[in-house]
Design a protein around this ligand. Sequence first.
Ligand code: G3P
Length: 218
Amino acid sequence: MKLFVDTGDIEEVRRAAAWGILDGVTTNPTLIAKAGKGFKETVLAICEAVPGGDISAEVVATDYDTMLKEATEIASWHPQIVVKVPLIEPGIRLVSTLADRGIRTNVTLVFSVGQALMAAKAGATYISNFVGRVDDLADDGMAAVGDTVDMVNTYGFASEVLVASVRHPLHVTQAIQVGAHVSTMPFKIMEMLFKHPLTDIGLKRFLDDWNAAGLKIG
Ligand code: G3P
């Protein structure tokens, strides 16, 4: 499974990249606004911090012609950029156009397998299925992810299913269980993936025993 960090904060990107496990970064207009710097400047700094990683940067127009202009501009900034496109009718048309031009896309705001089918058929590189926002409504956000993974595998679509709107480590576990290709998550959730209380207890015991015996390496 690929791991992406979902942030516009360059320091968080650098910290995750330093672990050597980061495959890419997803941003959205909210995260870029929160980062407090220019869009292009932020996206280019992220590309530089994750060499070879896939970096999603989103269009903000909602009509086809303006979306196409924005997508063409954003894609021209750096070869690592994946253009993020909302799942609306002009967005699907845009994804088809960009696929024909060899520009990679991440279709966002996907909540159902029917929407995911449209994205897959249009040639989306990634299909971002949101889970947390559905769970917030007391529904099962991961159900649509499982259906989409089955759909992609059954029909042999090239799209990768990306689990977005991840709120806790259990979402990552569930994403693995349904065979999703990618999970994107806030930096603090990625940090939590390291944690287990038995790891801390076990390490303390190893080191206490070692030190009590007065041992040394070499
Ligand atoms: O970038 C898309 C996504 O991961 C948003 O997450 O927490 O705002 O629902 P959230």
